[in-house]
Design a protein around this ligand. Structure first.
Ligand SMILES: Nc1ncnc2c1ncn2[C@@H]1O[C@H](COP(=O)(O)OP(=O)(O)OP(=O)(O)O)[C@@H](O)[C@H]1O
Length: 320
């Protein structure tokens, strides 16, 4: 079954094209990472799924319901962690979660949900006094209310420290294990790689890639490197390596061969050297990083905070 389907979705804000003819399918039960630099159109896509924004062209279905004409049904089955949710200062964490539980017509105990996100001890404090990370955890607890079929999480790790980000990933996995579909946006690649079945990469309103991370790597044929230390390196070893399909260059430096090649050809190179009578003492490989992948498909390096640690160290925004 399909959880999310976008067909030719475009969104124009005056002269700004936020989305351009986006087709996207997320299968039910998947953990799907929606990546893109700031301003790529991630939040606009999410807003369209929830009918907070209407597309200029195209259509969207969520859990089999038309996003525009059946938005009530969509929202009743979906848990949402929006970007920049504002809490009610004078209501407690428990009251916030109770509100979410009631709106899903569920019967859970708010304390259980607050416990899952690690802030049960602050249940009766006013949410206005919560830190940014605690607020993010609270909003996640609200999203989890009623065991939704679909979780839509917009930049879920915002404001979380590395531990918090890890706990967030654990909860995402648990939700997928019980059968929920998880669709989350991020510009932090490491988080996406750690848990996603598939990713979509949005750039300037266009979906420039939709694949598994390993599929993306292979299809981009991003260069990797293989350094091989040989007992008996010589020019013949350089030639033997260069003869293998997928090798772009091989350079000898003493006992070491430094080979630029596609990822798939690594083992073939090792096998060829062995066949030609070279004794391999050691080898190391250098996978292209997700940073490289991201730069390759979007044509630009990342400009934002790169890691959870960075994200945690970044100054927090003023809330409310
Ligand atoms: N209400 C609006 N009016 C005008 N332009 C808008 C509006 N909402 C979004 N945009 C523009 O549409 C583009 C896509 O924005 P969007 O918020 O969807 O990107 P994003 O990928 O979610 O970015 P970020 O990671 O910064 O949240 C941007 O150029 C943005 O300025």
């Amino acid at each position: 079954m399909v959880a999310i389907q976008l067909d030719g979705v475009s969104k124009q804000y005056g002269s700004i094209t936020a989305l351009r003819n986006v087709d996207l399918t997320v299968e039910s039960g998947e953990i799907f990472g929606f990546l893109g630099p700031n301003g790529a159109g991630k939040s606009t896509t999410i807003d369209i799924l929830l009918d907070f924004v209407r597309p200029t062209n195209g259509s969207a279905t969520v859990l089999g319901h038309d996003a525009q004409t059946e938005s009530v049904a969509v929202r009743s089955k979906t848990g949402v962690l929006p970007d920049g949710y504002h809490v009610y200062d004078r209501l407690s964490g428990r009251e916030h979660v109770q509100f979410a539980i009631d709106s899903k017509e569920s019967t859970e105990d708010p304390l259980d949900l607050l416990d899952r996100v690690g802030i049960a001890d602050a249940a009766d404090r006013n949410a206005g006094g919560y830190s940014k990370g605690m607020t993010q955890r609270l909003v996640l607890a609200m999203a989890l209310a009623g065991e939704p079929e679909l979780l839509i999480l917009d930049e879920p790790s915002t404001g979380l420290d590395p531990n918090g980000a890890r706990e967030m990933r654990k909860i995402i996995r648990e939700e997928a294990d019980r059968g929920a579909t998880v669709f989350f946006s991020s510009h932090i690649l490491e988080q996406v790689e750690a848990i996603c079945d598939r990713v979509g990469i949005l750039n300037n309103g266009e979906l420039v890639a939709e694949d598994t991370i390993s599929g993306l790597r292979a299809s981009l044929e991003t260069d990797s490197r293989l350094d091989v230390t040989l007992e008996n390196a010589d020019n013949g070893a350089v030639s033997a390596a260069e003869d293998v399909a997928g090798v772009t260059s091989a350079i000898q430096d003493g006992s070491m061969l430094s080979i630029a090649l596609t990822r798939e050809s690594k083992y073939e190179v090792l096998a060829a050297l062995d066949r030609e009578g070279y004794s391999i003492v050691d080898f190391t490989t250098d996978e292209s990083s997700l940073d490289d992948l991201f730069a390759a498909v979007t044509g630009e390096p990342r400009s934002e905070d790169h890691t959870e640690e960075d994200a945690a160290a970044a100054p927090t925004e003023v809330e409310q």
